[in-house]
Design a protein. Structure first.
Length: 538
């Protein structure tokens, strides 16, 4: 190595992911389990709840909607209910404020073919109330919760009637706002302008303009405006447009205030979009910050018909930048030659950088057709649906759901960025573990592609030093600092020494490779191996 060389170490190494033991396939007579998933109500004794909607065959070839709640930790069933009547292939569901005052939020389900919505008890699935719209208006085509719109201190809810015409309306589509206390109608919003649609694909975005009334984000299809399609923030008071982003054919997803400016941010997913280089239906996801001063970003699918952006959810901060991250799926992606197997990517909300990629190689499984992220005590889990999954012996797309648990984010950071021959760099590794005794952490170096040399094995113990054994290699030596103990933040400091005879030259790269695996540790398991690059430059 050239004396005085500067060593630059990549600062972050994301961990991998693995499937929990909890996995549920659809039962006989059920179809497309995992096609629609969302966060369920908080139920005492459950770490998290996921809601799903799927098809259920009865009386031969007839169908009904099935709505169910499961533990987000184990996928244990909590309740399920069948809603008879005309089948809607994708019923809209939302969690709303506690309707029956039992201390648990409840569930609103749209049945647009019946022009009605039903309120289900969030604890049992029993029907609490039914609200009906105008005949043939498709009342219930979309439902969502919304912050308080009538100043009574209780969050309310919205129901969209896709084929209803308001008085003096310029286009079909009326959004009805209902009281969260008793379900009575508060007001109805629709467009009377020749330059705007009412909108579609509604979600709550909080009180955007601070007028004390909850607002919504939606897609304006732009059939009457030169601006074309746009995602807009719609006032819950009068339906006026408060803000707009020029985005075509995209579904808006509210991801919370990830930029820290006090306003909710939005991502726009378009699974049918061609890439900027012309790749057919690669898909696209765009981050739309709430302020112009904050940079946005766009990520595109990597292969034809990948359909990136088909589903979106927020996951806990996986790259330690203080912001939650974003998971999105390309459920039509081909994987290892298998058509429409599906792929999920975890993206940094700050930059769109890909942090993790999870995929399946079962043809037509549509892995990622449903996504819900959870934070269990600092460890991220994600419930993923594969609505096209066909188990052995089945003749149709029954579907399945599974829980993914992410192993900890490994963060390597350098205190010193320069070293001469025989010099050292002070490093810190954050294991991000929930508690001691769960994971093994291994550090190694690699020069080139094939040759690896282990530097040390770190095993978190309930009591005592973290560092178990160190090795000296031809490339480097690692020494634990401060006795090798795991500190309260889940970090350990160590020193990486490059010997004078390492043979590294300017322009070469030395990879520091980190492994993190649930115990018992199996060398070579390689579940989660990620490399930080040490670049040798003059």
């Amino acid at each position: 190595m050239i004396p005085g060389a500067i060593l630059l170490l990549a600062a972050q190494i994301p961990g991998g992911s693995w499937v929990e033991e909890s996995l549920v396939e659809a039962s006989p007579g059920e179809d497309n389990l995992g096609g629609l998933l969302t966060v369920g109500p908080e139920i005492p004794g459950e770490r998290g709840v996921v809601l799903g909607a799927w098809r259920d065959r009865f009386a031969g070839s007839l169908y009904q909607n099935a709505i169910g709640a499961r533990s987000a930790d184990t996928l244990r069933p909590i309740w399920s209910v069948r809603l008879f009547g005309p089948y809607d292939p994708a019923p809209s569901i939302a969690v709303i404020t506690d309707f029956n005052l039992d201390g648990i939020d409840d569930v609103l389900v749209g049945q647009d073919e019946l022009d009605q919505v039903v309120v289900l008890d969030g604890n049992s699935g029993l029907v609490l109330a039914t609200f009906t719209g105008d005949q043939n208006s498709e009342f219930g085509s979309e439902v969502c919760a919304i912050e308080d719109v009538n100043w009574d201190g209780v969050s309310d809810w919205a129901v969209y009637a896709r084929d209803e015409w308001g008085i003096g309306a310029s286009v079909a589509g009326v959004l009805h706002l209902h009281s969260g206390i008793d379900g009575s109608r508060v007001r109805s919003l629709y467009s009377t302008s020749q330059s705007e649609d009412t909108g579609t694909q509604f979600s709550s975005i909080g009180d955007w303009n601070l007028d004390g009334v909850g607002d919504l984000v939606c897609l304006d299809r732009g059939r009457h405006t030169s601006m074309g399609e746009a995602i807009k923030v719609m006032s819950g008071l009068d339906g006026s447009t408060l803000h707009a982003w020029k985005v075509e054919r995209a579904t808006p997803y509210v991801v919370g205030d990830v930029t820290g400016d006090g306003l909710s941010d939005v991502v726009a997913g378009d699974g049918a979009a061609n890439s900027s280089s012309g790749v057919d239906r690669a898909g696209r996801l765009a981050f739309l910050p709430s302020e112009a001063a904050i940079p946005g970003w766009t990520v595109e699918g990597q292969s034809a018909r990948e359909a990136l952006g088909s589903s979106v959810t927020v996951v806990p901060d996986l790259d330690f930048d203080g912001r939650p991250d974003i998971a999105t799926s390309g459920d039509s992606a081909w994987v290892q030659g298998q058509r429409e197997a599906g792929r999920v990517r975890i993206l940094s909300s700050a930059s769109g950088e890909s942090l993790r990629r999870i995929q399946r190689d079962s043809a037509y499984a549509r892995f990622g057709s449903g996504l819900v992220g959870f934070d269990f005590g600092g460890v991220a889990r994600m419930v993923v649906g594969s609505r096209g999954w066909i188990p052995a012996g089945a003749t149709g797309e029954t579907g399945k759901i599974e829980v993914l648990r992410f192993d900890p984010m490994l963060v390597l950071s350098a205190e010193s960025v320069s070293a001469s021959a025989g010099g050292s760099i002070q490093l810190s590794a954050n294991l991000g573990v929930e508690s001691a005794g769960e994971y093994a952490f291994l550090l190694a170096t690699r020069r080139g592609v094939t040759r690896s040399e282990f530097l040390g094995v770190f095993v978190p113990l309930a009591q005592g030093p973290l560092f178990r054994q160190g090795y000296r290699s031809g490339y480097a030596q690692v020494t634990p600092q401060a006795g090798g103990f795991l500190d309260a933040s889940g970090s350990i400091d160590f020193q990486l020494t490059l010997p004078p005879n390492s043979g590294l030259l300017a322009g070469q790269v030395l990879s520091v490779i980190a492994f993190c695996s649930p115990l018992p540790f199996l060398p070579g398991d390689g579940k989660s191996s990620y490399a930080a690059q040490v670049h040798v430059i003059p």
